[in-house]
Design a protein. Structure first.
Ligand SMILES: *Cc1c(COP(=O)(O)O)cnc(C)c1O
Length: 230
């Protein structure tokens, strides 16, 4: 079941890429496994999928202990500074850095191992009061500050636009994030990557995000099914 779902998503990714004149290899699928047990991740991994997204530190820490190193994990939830130390240890990328205090804790933790941590800045592109993230205006300054931290690799931007009934309504937000990433890239704020990563799009709207330039899409429900409420 999970394998078939991933196959279907990969086909939709290929179609959306083709439609917008891009290569499907430019787009990475993060399978969002929050609130599903480690054996579901292993099931997907046995079919060849390697990249997963988690939202909760304690939950991810427990699952991580059951997973081989070949499983790669992105953190995509809201990260409290007091959990950042553990996050720096178990994740391959933190997609939701939205303040310098958090970046400093992550940097300090990776300084201990000497291994740079890839991160994205989470941008609240729709100025949604219910979402975290730096505002579009604050993002340039935050990027400048992060570039001073030697153990972080600033790799791009991530967003969660306001939830809309019609996924087409997310398109302007996706376009805005892409324009912001391009502008910051031109200013030299992503010196360690050839192209900045742009993480946007979920189960209902990832095809639109790809048309607007997403390089990472985060898909949960369409792969693992409906989540149990907390
Ligand atoms: C849960 C979550 C997703 C996946 O959402 P689905 O609608 O289940 O695909 C993507 N991104 C973030 C940040 C999430 O918290």
């Amino acid at each position: 079941m999970i394998a078939t779902n991933i196959e279907k998503i990969n086909e939709k990714i290929a179609l959306a890429a083709e439609k917008s004149g891009r290569k499907k290899e430019e787009i990475q699928l993060v399978a969002v496994s929050k609130r599903f047990p480690a054996n579901k991740i292993l099931e997907a991994h046995h079919c060849g999928h390697t990249l997963f997204g988690e939202n909760y530190i304690q939950e991810a820490q427990q699952k991580k202990a059951e997973l081989p190193d070949s499983v790669k994990l992105h953190f995509i939830g809201h990260l409290q500074s007091n959990k950042a130390k553990i996050a720096a240890e178990i994740f391959d990328m933190i997609e939701t850095v939205d303040r310098i205090k958090l970046a400093k804790v992550l940097n300090k933790q990776r300084a201990l191992t000497g291994q740079k941590l890839p991160i994205l800045i989470q941008v609240n592109i729709g100025n949604d009061p219910k979402k975290s993230g730096s505002t579009a205006e604050e993002t340039e300054r935050l990027a400048e500050q992060i570039l001073e931290l030697p153990y972080l690799k600033l790799s791009g931007l991530m967003t969660m636009p306001p939830i809309e009934a019609d996924p087409e309504l997310s398109r302007p937000h996706f376009a805005a994030l892409r324009i912001l990433a391009d502008r910051l890239h031109e200013k030299g704020l992503f010196p360690e990557v050839t192209f900045p990563e742009i993480s946007m799009g979920m189960s209902s709207d990832f095809h639109i995000a790809i048309e607007e330039g997403a390089s990472i899409v985060r898909v949960g429900t369409a792969i693992f099914g409906e989540r149990q409420p907390l």
